[in-house]
Write a protein that binds this ligand. Sequence first.
Ligand code: AMP
Ligand code: MG
Length: 519
Amino acid sequence: MRPLIFDNRFVRELPGDTDGINMPRQVYDALWSSVQPTPVANPQLLAYSSEVATLLGWTDADMQHPDFAQVFGGNQLMTGMQPYAACYGGHQFGGWAGQLGDGRAMSLGETINNAGERWELQLKGAGSTPYSRRADGRAVLRSSVREFLCSEAMHHLGIPTTRALSLVATGDGVVRDMFYDGNPQVEPGAIVCRVAPSFIRFGNFELPTSRGDIGLLEQLVDFTIARDYPELHGDTQEKRGQWFLEICRRTAVMIAHWMRVGFVHGVMNTDNMSILGLTIDYGPYGWLEDYDPMWTPNTTDAQGKRYSYGQQPYIGHWNLARLKDALKPVISDVSVLDAGSQVYADTYSETFGTMLAAKFGIRELSDEDAPWINSAFELLHKTEVDMTLFFRNLAMLDVQQPTLTPLYPAFYRDDLLQRNHAEWDNWLQHYCRRLQQDNLPTGERQQRMNAVNPRFVLRNYLAQQAIDQAASGDNSLITELLTVLRHPYDEQAQYATFAEKRPEWARHKAGCSMLSCSS
Ligand code: AMP
Ligand code: MG
C-alpha cells in the first residue's frame, strides 16, 4: 500500500486532551481527545469507492493490499496517522444535549493528495472513545452499508456530501436492539472510512460557548476559517462575518439539493450539520417514494415529524440560528449575524426556484406559475405518486398531445389514479400550455429536465436488499448499486429494474419504509 502524506492540523494547532483515558467523561479545555481504534477479529474489505481511492492517489492494487483492511478495520495505523475523537455538543430534536462528541467516529489524520487537497480520513465504528457515553463505539453492517452507498450516491447526484472510501467487515458481532423493543440481536459489525476536507460541525462551536469558554471558541473559529475557508480575506472580524454568511449560503444550497431529489436526512441535529455545508452522518435517512412532505424515515421522529421531508428547509434555518447563538461572543458586528437569516432564505428560494424550473422543464419561474406548481404537488401527494419517477418521466410527455400514459409507472395506487384521472388530465393540459409558451425545443427541454431529475436514487428497499445479501456473504448488490448510482442521470437501460417504484412487499417493511436510530 502506497504511503500517504499527512498534515494533521486539527490536532497540531488546537488544544487536545492527550490523557489517553478511554472512559466516558466530560472533556474540558480541549477540542479533541487522542484515541486508538480497538482491534477487530477479522477485517475484510467488502467494497470501496475507486473514485475516492483515486482522490487519495490509490489504485485498485492499494485498496486490495492485505494491509488495507487491517488499517481501515482499525487493527493498524499508517505512518503519520494520529487518531483523535472530536469534542462537540449539539441540539438534538430541538433541545440542548450538552457534550456529545465522536462516540464511534475517529479521525485518523488529514492527508494531502497530489493536487494539494486536504482530505481527512475518519473511521466510523472503530471502537469506544471518551464520548461513547453508554454505547460501544461500534457500527453494524446494515448502517455501514447505508452510509457507504448513500455518501457516494449523493456525490454522483451533485450534492455536497462527505465521501466514503471503504466498507470493511470486522468479523465481530455487535449487539443491537433494532426496534428498541427489548429484543437485542447480535449483528455483524462493519466500519466505513469517511472522507471529507473537514468534519467540523455546528456542535463543535456550540459546546465551548455553552461552557463560557470563549477562548477555546475563538481558537476553533479562526482555525476553521484558516484551514477550511482559506479564500476569505480581510481582518479577523471581517473574515468571521463573511464566514458565517458563507455557511448560511452553503447550508441553503445543500438543503435545496435534498429537496430536489427527495432526500430526507432524518436526524438534522446540530451535531450533524457540517460547517462546510456537506451532507454528513448518514443514519436513518430515506428517499421519498410517494410524494409526502410529512414523511420521515426515522421511527424515533414518527410522532413529532420534526425532521420530515417538508420541514428540512425550516430546520436548516433553525440550526443556523443555533450556530449564530454560538458565534455571538466572537462576532462583534451583530448586523452580520442577523443578515445570516436573510442570506439563507434568499439563497434557498433562489436555488430551489431554479431547480424547480428545471425539474418542470421551464425557462424561469414567475409568480404566475405558483398555482399550477402547487396543484402538481397536491396531486402528487393525494394520489400517491413516486416523486423520482414522476419528474423523470415528465420529460417524456408529448407537449402537443399530452397523455398521462408515460407517468403511469409512477403511480402506487391504481384506484387513486382512476379516481383522480380527470384532475390529472386537466393539470397536464395546463402544464403543456405553459411549456408551449416557453417554446423550448423538445431535446433541450428534456436535457434540462434530465440533468436535475435523476433516473436512479438509492431507493430504501434497494439498500435493504443489498444489506440482506451482504449479511449472507454476498456483496455483489452493493457493488452493482454503486455502479448504477455513479451515473444517476443516465438512462442505463440495462439497470431499469433499479429505477422502478418500490414494490408492494416493501411498503411497511423495516429498513425499507422505516428506520430506527439504532445503528
Ligand atoms: P448520531 O445520532 O449518530 O448523530 O449520534 C449522536 C451521538 O451519539 C454522537 O455523539 C455519536 O458519536 C453517539 N453515538 C451514536 N452511536 C454510538 C455508538 N454505537 N457508540 C458510541 N457512541 C455513539
Ligand atoms: Mg452524529
